[in-house]
Every structure is written in structure tokens, then in C-alpha cells.
Design a protein around this ligand. Sequence first.
Ligand SMILES: [Zn+2]
Length: 575
Amino acid sequence: MTTGQLIIGLTIRNSTARQIGNYRSEVQGDLAARIQERGYSVRIYDEQGTSGADLSKRKIALGMLEDLRTGVIHGIGALDVKRLTRDEFGVDGALIARRIVEAGGRFHTWDREYNLRLEDDLLQFQFQCFIAGIDWRNIRNTLWSGIFKKLEKEPLYMKTPLGYHNVAGEDGKKHVAKDPDQAHVIERLAELFDEHDTLAQIVRILNSQGPQRPAFRGRGGDSTRWHVYGLRYILNNGIYVGTYSFGDKLTQRSTVWDKFAIDPLTRQPKTFAQHRPDLAYWEPARVRRWQRKFAKPANARIMKGTASEHLLLGVLECVSCGARMIGHGPGTYACPAVGSGRGRRGLACAEPQLIVENVALQILRQELPRAMANVQGLAEAARNHLTTREPSAAAQRMAYLEERRDVLAEQVINDEELGLALVPQLKKVQAEISALQQQVAEEEDARLDDAALEKTCAILLDSPLDAFDRLPVARQARVYCILFANVRIGVAGFAASRQWHLQQYLARIGDELRLTTDAPWARKPNPRAKLPEGVTHNVLIFDEITGPTLATDISARAYDRYLGSLGSLAGALAA
Ligand SMILES: [Zn+2]
């Protein structure tokens, strides 16, 4: 039933993966039979699932054209021209037509066989390509004009960012809103952004302690794991402070922008921006602070170990060799040399120390008043520096310029001739406003920083230690981690008569190494002793301190180096 010599290349394609295997491709399969009935062999070029209007991105189609050129096939078939090309400029159609003509002119559709070497047939073919282009353009234009129209009014996401979802409004259409089910995740993120110094640390904590990342569809399927780039995306996405923008980060814009999204005044592509306080989770100043912090990981001051149940990881050192102690079973810390006698980098330790977390916590609690006295000295100094800020000159000037811009803009719109002349003026004013916006934002930051500092100071100066004692243990440990490092706890005696005392530590706030020879010794109560009600054998008894223990006065020191730590400390103390 075929000539056996002449082969027609038949493309089978649908534009999206979703259409694969539906009736359309079956119909295209029937076309093969039809072409065979016309006396040809058929070679199938299966392009299913390939998208892209641009022929140059369709590898299989390009292969088919190459086969046509080299004589492997002798013509082309397609259900209709639309299936062959969707190029809005007709370039692909012209190119395909030329190849077909050179190869003998055979082009098959469902309806008929064309000979593109004949003027009439070629014209028909070209016309259909043209129509296909327009057709496609219309579909696309309808889609995009709808999208741009919506962008003028409200934020629009194909995939909503973490913390948001699309919900049907009273108008029956979908709108972006905060997702109350994810609010706890956003809240936890803010805590972690406040308290930690690198995003990698935060990712580790999130992946081990939760909350899980709400499931999202990534390249490898659904995932609930956290990644640094995901956190960075959140930090840089304006929607979390209530500013939605679209298009400002695009480096390339397709032709639809020229058609629908050109600012009539500046002739520049629009950037769509919406101010939506109802979608904000965080203060802009707070986010800017995070951005500054995480942009410079070198600033990391407070190193915390990997997330685990060891609350004091990174705080304790082996008293005999000075190595940083590691977790050694639940609630216990050990010199890394424990067992082998050799620790990190082969460092030997004569007497690898083991210590129970509960003991270390109590030893630190004993020192806490002195550490806090220092902090309060700094907070006092910081508070004395706080000033009341007047509304700035920049803010006033910006307000004036904004008014001027609005007047100008009105004239530009209402008076065509004068308006054109005013456009450069308008641009100049706008540029100045943009420059001032930056300055005003920074001033606002400083003001908010002051307000935050005032709050921090108030918490640090007013929070009595019995409030600290009411905090959960994990929170208390966080306070210790902020205040103490290089803690060495000396030990004396054996078994039931064992005693502990604080030998040295680094006061993180103030960066002062303290040798605490005056710290009292502590021991556990006699196991056979009858204890007052509510007291357990785990509670240490400290010796009486002879003479006063004086905190160093560090209030003269520059407090601004410690603002981050002071803030974290206040955050940990405020229940
Ligand atoms: Zn050691």
C-alpha cells in the first residue's frame, strides 16, 4: 500500500505534559494511517511533552528538518499547521516551508496533501502559519492581559510563598492571604533569625527539631526539608513585610510586557508593587537587620553546636586539657579525649573530664548575678545614649517632593502638550524621591533600633533573677549560652564527697576572661540525709562566700559592639 520509497515525517506533539496520551495524540496517530493511504511511508517524530513556541528549542523538530534536508525523509505531515508552528512572527513557518520546497514540496495535513512548489499551495500554507501565529498570540494576550490586570490590583502567585495561601474571596475568585496553619512556622523562623548567626545553623535546627517545612513541590518531588536558599528567599521576599512586587527582578522581558506593561509616563516596563500591610509578618527594620546579619556570616559571634539535647554545647571546656566538651550520652558532657586519651587533632588529655549537665547548670546559675550585673551596666550606658529623635529633614523634604510629583503627574496626564515638556521634571523629582526614600528608611531603622534597644534595656534592667528561675530549662540554657563561654568547672573529691566549682569563664558580653578563684565550692547533699520538702538530692549546696564578689564595672565599655548579644539576651529573658 506504500511506494516504499517516499517517507513523510510526521510530528506528534502537544504543548504541555498534561495533554500527553489524550485523544489529540491518538488523532495524530490516525493521521499516519491516512498518509499511508495516500501512498507514503511514515516516520514518526514524537515531540510529546515538549513546550515552547520557539522552534529552535524543539530538538526533535529540528532533527526532522535536518532529515528533510539530507533526504532521509521527503516531506512533512502534521494534523494542522497549528501543530507545526506557533511562532508569532511567522519565522518558523517560513523556514519550514523553505525546507519542504527544497525537498520536493510535500506537506500533508488531515484534510489534504499540499505541493508547496505550487504558488497557490504555498500561499495557503503561509497563510495558515500566519493564522496559527495570531491564534497563539491571542490566547497568550488574553492570558497575560488578565494577569497584568490582576497585578495592578493585588499580589498574584502561581505558587504561594511559605506562610501564605490562595483563598476564595467573596467574589468567588482566589486571593492571597496569610495561612493561619503556617503561622507557627513563620513565628519560629523569626525567633531563629533573631537568635542565630548563620542560616546553616538555622537549617540544622529546623531539620532536626522542626517544625517541618510545609510540603512543597520541588524538582525531586514533594519535600519537607529546609534549605539555606529557601531561608534566603524568605529573607529577600518583600511580601513578608507587606510589599509585593513583580517584574523588578526580571532581566529579560518577553514582548507581552511591551504590549501590556509599559508605564505611559516613563516608557519603561512597569514594576508592579502592592503595599499590603495585612500580608506582613515582620517589621521592615527587623528584616533589614536579619539581612545585614546573614549577609556577613563572619559576624557570627555566638557559635552554637549542632542541635541536640545538650543545651550547653559549645559552652563547657575540659578542666584538665581545655578542649571543648562534647555530648556524651543524654545530659552528660565529656572531654573529646574520653576513652582513647586523645582528643581532637590527637591532643592528649591526662584526665578527660565528664560532667553532668544538671551540675553545670547550677554552677552557672551561681555566677549568673555577677554576669547579669555586667550586662546591666552596659544596658544602663546604652540607655543613657538614647535620644529622642526629631522628624528628619529628609523625611520632610520627601513629603514635599511627593506632593510636587503628584501635581506634576496630574499636569502631564491632563495637558498633552505641556505634559510632554514636564516629563523630564517629573523624572527628576522621582529620582530625588527614590534617593530620599533610602535615607528615610535608614533613619527609620535607626529610630526603630533605638526603640528596640530601649525595650532591650528595660528587659535587662528590670528582669529579676527569680523571673529567670521561672523560665523553662532550655530557655535558661540559651541565656547561659549568650553569657558564658570557655567555662571550666574544677572538681575535687570522689563519689559522694565530690565537689565542683567554677574555675574560669569568658564573659561573652564584654569579652572578658574571668578566673573565678572566689567562686564557692558546691556539693551534693549527703545521700542519707533527710532533705526539706521539695529539695532533691540533685540540688547542689554551695559554700558560704567569704567576702563580697564584685562584678567588674564594664559600663564604660562601648556597648554598641554587644547590641546583638544584648538583644538576643533580652529575647531569651522575655518570656
Ligand atoms: Zn580533656
